[in-house]
Design a binder for this molecule. Structure first.
Ligand code: UCC
Length: 559
């Protein structure tokens, strides 16, 4: 008997086969800047195809284990992780996925564009990182916070070390069981220890990468007032001076059994007088400083969405090329081609939004006030828009594989399990939508974004005839709706519509970014980005059925 065995999807070099990534690097860095990054990107890409894919698989299939006591009853709170997880840890350091924006030679080579290069590294590596991208995100956020507060004590150097033997990651201990997003209800307290230091007491409920050497924890110092703004970020060394035993007073109550991100050890932590160092003045409100860290992790979240969507597309394309249906290749089926085309457009839009957010972050960190103003709104928009698209796309990717997409050992279901966390951690879609209202109401919050949309709509009238009208119409409506929201962001009708407004803003910003890139590419004789921009606008702003175009143009969209 001859048994049919379907060939599984394969992965091509993610750097050389991603024309959108390469085009964006050419535009944002200049061709010389991109050339200077090529060796980093090519080296990481080659490792993704080989050892990191293997490490990813190992870490996913050997989840972490917590051992709380040794045989004699001593508390050890030890978290054992797989060799694959350790390989990812070493690769993250060697490839400078955290460190790059902080390295003097990278800052000299690319200036603010070091964040653009970092995003490219994350885009290539994240989907095959077994979600080591999570501790990387938090380490980057912690490094940004330590850089801004100037409180270092040697920790910043370790967070941005590129020697795996020296590098550490960080946790981010904000969430408590009584209020995940509502951190005003935090009960963790900070007390002076009488010797010039501080200790923390309280329970934290969702502490990812609990194997990290340090964490940034929010706590309310003795004497501080109520509310979220009076919380203060503290640096908590996770281990005692021997580097192995838990810090005094620290217990890891259990590891979380999560839907996805299964390689990441996420713990519930009890702090009972654990030594900690305030990162801001404990007598002053500290939440605003903590948001420096949170903005960075939210951008990493967007990068994870974009990277995961691009990788899902790659697998679905590969599978369709090797699968026969009704006598023909699946990738010749018009309906499947339209599905893949829609996924390609969404992946491209998501990449544009994440890449833009990183570019803004780099400029803001280099003192560009205009970029900082735009980032205040773009950060929550990027996080919430990409998170939702990632889940919708991941669900579709599973469907592209039929039953095999629902069978664990194909590795495909993980795409959906891991995507589902993206709209949840670092603030849910609704929490981020309310943050968008706050950003719109602060000063002239919508102005930078509306300016970008208007300029793109103008550029589009020459470049994208018949399409730019949808962008112009969306912009006019958004200007009105943003003004209404800014006038009274607490009006229940405005709050009820916050998600709808935020998603429209996110989709319109993405359209503008795709138009900007299309104009640049068209001047160099490449019309494919214009096709992408048109399809995004028609699909996401015009809500048009572009299935026939997606089928017709699939090859141009993905090759
Ligand atoms: O889930 C977690 C760990 C997961 C692992 C990490 C993975 C990353 C992976 C990525 C790649 C794979 S950690 C927990 C995540 N939790 C959150 O993100 C919290 C969600 N909640 C919010 O975002 C809320 O909006 C709050 C807590 C930030 C604020 O809500 P409140 O309590 O209603 O506060 P207010 O009154 O609106 O704002 C309090 C202060 C104000 O400053 P002042 O006092 O100066 O007026 C605000 O301006 O905080 C300031 N503020 C901000 N500043 C609030 N939001 C922002 C902001 N977005 N940027 C700057």
């Amino acid at each position: 008997m001859t048994r049919f065995v379907q060939t599984g999807p394969s992965l091509r070099d993610p750097y050389t086969t991603d024309p959108q990534l390469r085009g964006w690097l050419d535009r944002l860095l200049g061709e010389d800047g991109h050339a200077a990054a090529k060796h980093r990107l090519a080296e990481l890409s080659a490792e993704v195809l080989g050892p990191l894919r293997a490490a990813h698989h190992d870490a996913e299939t050997h989840p972490p284990v917590l051992t709380r006591f040794d045989g004699w009853g001593n508390r050890i709170e030890r978290v054992d992780t797989s060799p694959g997880w350790q390989a990812q840890r070493a690769a993250a350091a060697r490839h400078a996925v955290v460190a790059l924006p902080y390295l003097p030679d990278a800052r000299a080579a690319w200036g603010p564009g070091a964040r653009v290069v970092q995003h490219a590294l994350l885009h290539l590596w994240g989907p095959e990182s077994a979600t080591f991208s999570c501790p990387v995100a938090m380490a980057d956020g912690a490094a940004a916070l330590l850089t801004s507060t100037g409180t270092q004590g040697g920790w910043l150097a370790r967070l941005v070390a590129t020697d795996p033997a020296a590098a550490v990651t960080s946790g981010q201990w904000m969430t408590e069981s009584q209020g995940g997003s509502d951190i005003a209800r935090s009960t963790t307290t900070a007390h002076p220890d009488g010797a010039g230091g501080w200790t923390l007491t309280g329970d934290k409920w969702f502490c990812s990468a609990i194997d990290s050497a340090m964490a940034v924890a929010l706590a309310r110092p003795d004497g501080a007032g109520p509310g979220s703004r009076n919380l203060v970020p503290f640096l908590v060394p996770r281990y005692a001076a021997d580097g192995v035993s838990p810090a005094p007073g620290l217990q890891v109550l259990r590891l979380k059994d999560k839907l996805g991100t299964r390689a990441v050890p996420t713990g519930e932590v009890r702090l009972d007088g654990v030594p900690a160092h305030p990162l801001t003045d404990p007598a002053e409100p500290g939440l605003a400083a903590m948001m420096t860290l949170v903005v960075v992790t939210r951008l990493h979240n967007a990068a994870a969405a974009a990277g995961g969507m691009r990788r899902g597309l790659e697998y679905a394309l590969s599978y369709a090329a090797g699968r026969t249906v009704a006598g023909g290749r699946l990738d010749g089926n018009p309906l499947h081609r339209a599905t893949l085309g829609g996924l390609a457009v969404d992946a491209a839009g998501t990449f544009a939004l994440a890449a833009h957010a990183f570019a803004l972050l780099g400029r803001a960190e280099h003192g560009d006030g205009t970029a900082a103003a735009e980032l205040r709104l773009a950060a929550p928009l990027a996080k919430l828009t990409t998170g939702r698209l990632a889940v919708a796309s991941a669900s579709e990717y599973l469907e592209c594989f039929g039953g095999a997409g629902y069978v664990e050992d194909t590795g495909v279901p993980r795409l959906l399990r891991d995507a589902q966390v993206l709209p949840i951690w670092e603030g849910t879609t609704n929490v981020l939508s309310v943050d968008v209202l706050r950003a719109l109401a602060a000063g002239d919050g919508a102005a930078p974004l509306l300016h970008r949309l208007t300029a793109a709509a103008d550029a589009g009238t020459h470049r994208l005839p018949g399409v730019a009208e949808a962008l112009a119409a969306a912009t006019a409506r958004l200007a009105q709706d943003a003004a209404t929201a800014a006038a009274d962001p607490r009006d229940p009708r405005v709050v009820a519509g916050a998600r709808e407004l935020a998603l429209r803003l996110g989709h319109a910003l993405t359209a503008a970014l795709l138009v900007e890139h299309a104009a640049w590419a068209a001047d160099r004789g490449d019309e494919r980005p214009a096709l992408l921009a048109s399809l995004w606008i028609l699909r996401r702003l015009g809500r048009a059925d572009v299935s026939a175009d997606l089928h017709t143009h699939l090859d141009a969209l993905v090759s």
